[in-house]
Design a protein. Structure first.
Length: 426
């Protein structure tokens, strides 16, 4: 008897996960661009399950393909291949019962005329995988694609890149920046206080249900992403420009420190979220929506420029990124960063400081940008002492600035890859 869709438990979440995986691997679209649209009809539970399934599977697609390789004489159509990948992940990594997994993905193949004749292949291959699932734990950590791995190996060496890949495959815990008393909030939420002051929670949690969310006592922010504002450390009342402000974590940090913050970003929709989060946390900042290269502000005591970049330091949180990008847009980003640095320097008052940072692992978006900026501006000087804040390992600070990597604090769950430096005029 033909299986009805309603007979298969978890089918709605799996259907959405498959659509999302196709969007990333076939359409080359970021999850953030398609998630809401392709899960809008799901219950909150199924939406969360679909997002978790596709995100975790993307971290280890390389492993899924290694398991599938011996059982495929040739690679099937992309939609079918993605169904097999999700099935492998559920059986091998999640420990789901093979019967339910096989039944679900066979049913999904039947829903499309172009894939219905692959239902036998999906059934046979996933059942074979179930018999070999012990191999999963012996497979090496998934490797980054060649277009990204090659420049990173050139910059850091194979051993460092391999360590980053291990960290990225493990994903990321949830980090919070709290307005005050991180020790108390860590105890209340069952987390730990990291050396730099962030509170880290382990395991899956629903952020909006945690104590302190509605009252605005904290906000979600990776520990590495919290460092630029901690390094800037404004005096109370200082005029600060957060130059590319969205999603707003750094704006809230600076406001909580007592600075008079102007938050500038080109995205009206993203800045609406910044306003909502400021209101939730009882903080205030001037909101400016527009192109940073055309903004007319001047005489700021300090500017925080978290420049648009390749985001290669955030792959542990965004495993879709290496599958969507191919490096072709990188030169344009490098040039934009140069222009933004120059524009920021022109808006500082004499003696003011610029905290420049990117959530990137690429030298071109960090150290090289600093070297080039100092050639363009002979009066510019580095303030490396400002980077020496509590919790920062001195070995992370190089000649041009501070660099964090996913494999740092590996025993604690790692951190995003960032480059941060402080530049002063005169």
């Amino acid at each position: 008897m033909k299986t009805r869709s309603s007979d298969v438990a978890g089918l709605a979440a799996r259907r959405a996960a498959l659509a999302l995986l196709d969007a990333v691997l076939v359409e080359k679209r970021l999850l953030s661009e398609v998630l809401l649209q392709r899960t809008k009809d799901l219950s909150p539970e199924d939406r969360a399950r679909a997002q978790r399934l596709v995100t975790e599977a993307l971290r280890v697609i390389d492993r899924c393909d290694r398991m599938l390789g011996p059982h495929l004489a040739k690679r099937p159509a992309p939609h079918v291949m993605d169904a097999l990948r999700l099935g492998v992940f559920e059986i091998c990594a999640m420990g789901e019962a093979a019967h339910g997994v096989v039944n679900a993905y066979v049913t999904l193949m039947q829903e499309r005329p172009k894939s219905s004749h692959f239902k036998g292949l999906v059934n046979a291959v996933l059942r074979k995988i179930d018999g070999e699932k012990a191999k999963w734990g012996t497979l090496p950590a998934p490797m980054l694609p060649k277009w990204l791995r090659k420049p990173l190996v050139a910059d850091f060496g194979k051993a460092a890149v391999s360590a980053m890949e291990v960290a990225q495959a493990k994903g990321a815990p949830l980090d919070l920046t709290v307005k005050q008393d991180p020790e108390a909030w860590a105890e209340k939420l069952g987390g730990e206080v990291l050396p730099t002051g962030s509170v880290r929670l382990s395991g899956a949690v629903q952020v909006t249900k945690l104590d302190g969310f509605e009252t605005g006592d904290w906000w979600v922010q990776d520990a590495a992403a919290s460092l630029p504002a901690r390094i800037l450390a404004p005096e109370k009342g200082a005029r600060i420009l957060d130059m590319c402000a969205a999603p707003g974590g750094k704006t809230m940090q600076l406001a909580a420190m007592g600075a008079e913050v102007t938050a500038l970003d080109i995205s009206e929709s993203r800045m609406s979220r910044v306003q909502e989060n400021l209101a939730r946390c009882g903080l205030s900042a001037e909101i400016a929506i527009g192109d940073a290269l055309e903004y007319e502000g001047a005489d700021f005591d300090a500017i925080l420029l978290d420049a648009p970049c390749t985001a290669t330091g955030t792959i542990r949180r965004h495993p879709d990124l290496p599958h969507v990008k191919d490096g072709s847009d990188f030169p344009g980003l490098f040039e934009l960063q140069e222009h933004l640095i120059d524009r920021a320097l022109g808006m500082l008052k004499p003696g003011g400081k610029l905290v420049y940072c990117t959530c990137s692992l690429l030298i071109d978006e960090g150290e090289e940008q600093v070297r080039d900026a100092m050639e363009r501006h002979p009066d510019l000087r580095l303030d490396l002492d400002a980077l020496k804040i509590p919790g920062i390992d001195p070995e992370w600070i190089g000649a041009e600035g501070l660099r964090t990597r996913p494999d740092y604090w590996a025993d604690r769950g790692g951190m995003d890859g960032f480059f941060i430096t402080v530049l002063r005029r005169g």
